[in-house]
Design a protein around this ligand. Sequence first.
Ligand code: AMP
Length: 186
Amino acid sequence: MGPPGAGKGTQAKVVAEHFAIPAISTGDIFRANVAGRTELGVKAQEYMDAGEYVPDEITNAMVRDRIGQPDAGSGFLLDGYPRTLAQVDELDGMLAGHDVRLDAVVSLAADQDELVARLLQRAQIEGRADDTEDVIRRRQEVYDEQTAPLLEVYSDRGLLVEVDGMGEVDAVTQRIFAELEQSRTP
Ligand code: AMP
């Protein structure tokens, strides 16, 4: 977890590779569907372009399908899911159905203003003209309103691992591994 631009996707790929499990990124799946102009992509795009969350029913059904696939059978890392309290409930149900549990929830903490600067720079480099400051700020607001409350939920469950997400990619990765190692139950 972490606010938009905190580097979730980048770190998720490294951590998943280390544990030889798939990184399941809801954002990536949505973007692939938008690019492929699938029915799901058409439904998701307007929300994504506005910086809003795709409705829970659509997102939950997609994740349910994905974690039921064979490559997720020996573990997986979720990148960008759950993002709402309703998604937490739904995920709890899915995990119970597969008789698996979460080992840890990693939260990348980052300074919001610095993130806006980072995202604007990325938009320029990648030619994502739709990534305007307004949309970026809206994504942050949505994160604060709908996703930040999940930190307390997972903290109460003793699963939350908080990591400073600022600085070099490699340095953040090392922090994540160090914290995960420490949080491991004996
Ligand atoms: P991300 O790359 O993770 O920032 O996701 C990009 C966009 O996809 C988000 O701004 C949302 O519009 C949508 N999205 C990704 N994950 C979720 C989710 N768990 N719930 C709702 N919308 C999501």
